[in-house]
Design a protein around this ligand. Structure first.
Ligand code: HGY
Ligand code: MN
Ligand code: MN
Length: 387
């Protein structure tokens, strides 16, 4: 699956979802960053709606369930309420957040960040992909540059159903993860700048080799990640570019992405400081300039206790095995958590694998997640329920 944000495949998926929603007579709105809101009307339109949501975009060579499972389950919940003539007090909304993965256009969770006013719309619209194409140009090209104003939209509560993308639930033989919080994360783009020159004529001690500078940095960053391993810290380098990128030219520039994650805010800040110190030390000792651009910073967070208790009570009543857990992955709910009582529901994935074509779930897990989402959202939307 390679359904990158704002590509024709992303458009195709969203067109399909909107078509299903319109056939079921749900209202559909699209905001200026392309977030899609599908509404199933409740009895009392004066009350704030309850919100489900997730994303449709995937990683390159990613899985078929990350994000889109939560969207399809949300739509299935709304269609099942129609089939059973269930009228809820509050309207029920389903959001499809633009560019959750942040792989084509960094940073991640862009649509929900703009919605939660944690990223300026104009900054998001000006983000470029590797070919210099902007978010704005692509939204216009695929017809998702919406104009519906959601700046005053105030969800009563928000739930997101998602695959865990990790090994814990399957290992513990539990079907439902009651998600109580999420790791914090920071994203950087780092570049070492040396001097391109001939691979054959330049003696080793006269080089300013950005490539080997980056290699030294990568090893030191790996050590930093391993030091934090037992405390739940993580460090990943996902993309690397050498310039000019020729096998017989000493790289003059070496650019790479770096992301760090940690459950503890202080530890995350300490890792952040160590990264700057390390990179500048490597630059100095290897006669290289260093550019560090931090493009995302989200603190570790706790989801809303009331939302969590609704999910836990529903899961217990439905008899599904479950456990509390924090999310290693970032999700749109991390931003929703700033603007509404929010929490998440996880189901396992086979061998804990995600962001990989082998990502898979069982029908039983899929159904359990959808049932917990359905009963939780109906409870939150019911008459007299106070969060
Ligand atoms: O990277 C993440 O945590 C998410 O999958 N976008
Ligand atoms: Mn996801
Ligand atoms: Mn993902």
């Amino acid at each position: 699956m390679t359904r990158l944000a704002l590509t024709d495949l992303d458009k195709q998926a969203c067109d399909l979802l909107i078509d299903k929603a319109k056939k079921a007579k749900f209202d559909v709105s699209i905001d200026q960053i392309g977030n899609i809101f599908i509404r199933r009307q409740g009895k009392n339109s004066n009350l704030n709606p309850v919100l489900m949501g997730s994303h449709a975009d995937s990683q390159p060579k990613g899985g078929r369930f990350d994000g889109v499972y939560g969207v399809l389950a949300g739509l299935e919940v709304m269609l099942s309420l129609n089939d059973n003539n269930v009228q809820t007090e509050r309207s029920i909304d389903l959001a499809i957040w633009t560019n959750e993965e942040g792989t084509r256009f960094a940073p991640a969770m862009m649509g929900s960040a703009v919605f939660a006013k944690k990223m300026k719309l104009e900054n998001a619209l000006s983000c470029q992909d590797n070919n210099g194409v902007t978010v704005k140009e692509e939204l216009e090209r695929i017809g998702y540059a919406g104009s519906d104003d959601f700046s005053q939209y105030n969800p009563y509560a928000s739930l997101e159903l998602h695959i865990e993308q990790g090994p814990i639930l399957e290992k513990h033989n539990n079907v439902i993860g009651i998600v109580t919080g999420s790791l914090g994360q920071k994203w950087y783009e780092i570049e070492f700048i040396g001097e391109a020159s001939h691979a054959g004529t330049t003696p080793m001690n006269m080089r300013r080799d950005a490539g080997f500078g980056m290699a030294r940095a990568m090893l030191k960053l790996h050590d930093l990640g391993m030091q934090e391993c037992d405390m739940g810290g993580r460090i990943t380098i996902g993309e690397v570019k050498l310039d000019p990128g020729s096998r017989n030219v000493i790289p003059g520039r070496a650019w790479f992405t770096l992301e760090i994650r940690h459950p503890n805010k202080q530890a995350l800040e300490k890792m952040d400081k160590k990264i700057y110190d390390l990179m500048h030390h490597i630059g100095k000792t290897n006669k290289l300039d260093v550019l560090i651009n931090k493009i995302l910073s989200i603190s570790p967070l706790n989801f809303d206790q009331k939302c969590i208790s609704v999910v836990r009570e529903v899961t217990r009543n439905l008899g599904y095995s479950h456990e509390d857990m924090i999310s290693g992955a970032g999700h749109d709910s991390c931003y929703l958590n700033y603007v509404a009582p929010a929490s998440m529901i996880f189901i396992p994935c086979v061998n804990g694998l995600s962001h990989n074509e082998l990502e898979d779930i069982t029908f039983e897990w899929s159904e359990a997640g959808a049932q917990v989402l359905a009963h939780s959202i109906v409870k939150l939307a019911s008459h007299g329920f106070e969060i």
